[in-house]
Design a protein around this ligand. Structure first.
Ligand code: KIV
Ligand code: ZN
Length: 386
């Protein structure tokens, strides 16, 4: 039996935090249901103490979602934990996620305490959260910039207090993959009770390294990855979960790790979230961008028509997309024009490929991308001339 990587989605919490307009309860429910259908293990539904609206959406999601475990965020203070527990209690099982900063800069400038006081707050919060559920996650905010001795000490204390998952966030997306993987490896070497909790990671994308850092952490032993769909989130966003899923699936032979999510739901979930959050997806975004399964150069198109895996390391079908797309441009060859004409229902005998191809090139040079209706028009005018 291979080990499993738990997928923790925070689109509705860290992702929603970054939106210009907040989502309605109904929209959040739609997203939660889509994530549940996809097979996400843990859905972080919100931060209940932050507003009555957030409280209500966490409560409704906890009452509705059955297949994924619902989680809510709280600072390491009783009032927050009470609000989280109150919002979640309609569910049979739920997770409380409590956090406090551990880096020097946060401890001194934001919390204005010393590390020992912060450690005590973390321990008290975890113990208190355990009164409501046996599933408590503790996060060391800004772990990526926390001195390693302090981080080891905090992780050990949180586990001793009863945390069942300990999350190591790279809150400001500062680390590199070698560094971040090294932090996780050191925790496994130095924290004596580490095997009593799942080690999780939560990476931000300020330097564009969130997914690479998450994967480096998995290679070092982390078994929960946190992220959001389409990578939405604070500033440059969070690790894009669809990328994490497809890395672990596409390179399964390298990792040998199971992920529960059904990748065939990726396209649909991604589109739903982009639409509801009013966040367009950049066209060259890995996995879910409009160009992710499009081929433009003639050489690539010819290769893909001969064998799809020449230029596709995963199929569009594997993420629930109907098919790949061959863009007809001045770089396209005869082969792809013939292929497209056949798809449109034309036999070879119905047109002269050389003539059509010359006309196609002339048009493509003028307008860039050529569409099926352009080919129809070229053929129509060609027939008129005869
Ligand atoms: O980025 C972060 O550190 C967070 C924590 C609350 C987990 O979002
Ligand atoms: Zn975050």
């Amino acid at each position: 039996m291979s080990e499993r990587v738990i997928l923790f989605d925070t689109t509705l919490r860290d992702g929603e935090q970054a939106l210009a307009a907040s989502l309605s309860v109904n929209e959040k429910l739609q997203i939660a249901r889509a994530l549940e259908r996809m097979g996400i293990d843990i859905i972080e539904a919100g931060f209940p103490v932050s507003s009555p609206g957030d409280f209500e959406s966490v409560r409704q999601i906890a009452a509705t979602v059955k297949e994924s475990r619902v989680c809510a965020l709280s600072r390491a203070v009783k009032g927050d934990i009470d609000a989280a527990a109150e919002a979640l209690k309609v569910a049979d099982q739920f997770r409380i996620h409590t956090f406090i900063s551990t880096s020097d800069i946060h401890v001194q400038s934001k919390l204005r305490r010393d590390f020992t006081q912060v450690e005590q707050m973390a321990v008290d919060a975890v113990r208190y959260a355990r009164r409501f559920t046996d599933d408590v996650e503790f996060s060391c905010e800004d772990a990526g910039r926390t001195p390693i001795d302090n981080l080891c000490r905090m992780v050990e204390s949180a586990i001793r207090a009863g945390a069942t998952t300990v999350n190591i966030p790279d809150t400001v997306g500062y680390t590199t993959p070698t560094e971040f993987g090294g932090i996780i490896r050191t925790l496994f070497e130095r924290v004596p009770n580490i095997d009593q909790a799942v080690i999780s990671v939560h990476c931000h994308d300020d330097l564009g390294l969130s997914v690479a850092n998450s994967i480096a952490a998995v290679e070092a032993g982390a078994r929960q990855v946190e992220g959001t769909i389409n990578g939405i989130g604070e500033r440059a966003g969070n690790a894009a979960l669809e990328e994490v899923i497809m890395i672990l699936k596409t390179r399964a032979a390298r990792f040998g790790l199971e992920v529960g999510a059904n990748p065939q739901e990726i396209h649909r979930v991604s589109q739903t979230i982009s639409r509801l959050c009013n966040m367009p997806i950049q066209s060259n975004k890995a996995i879910v961008g409009a160009n992710a399964f499009s081929h433009s150069s003639g050489i690539h198109q010819d290769g893909v028509l001969k064998s799809q895996n020449t230029y596709e390391i995963m199929t569009p079908e594997s993420i629930g997309l109907g098919r790949n797309n061959l863009n007809l441009t001045s770089r396209s060859g005869r082969h792809v024009i013939r292929h497209r004409m056949a798809e449109m229902g034309y036999t070879d005998a119905e047109y002269d490929l050389d003539t059509l191809y010359q006309r196609f090139l002339a048009l493509a040079d003028k307008k860039g991308q050529v569409f099926d209706y352009d080919l129809e028009a070229l053929l129509f005018f060609e027939n008129q001339r005869e």
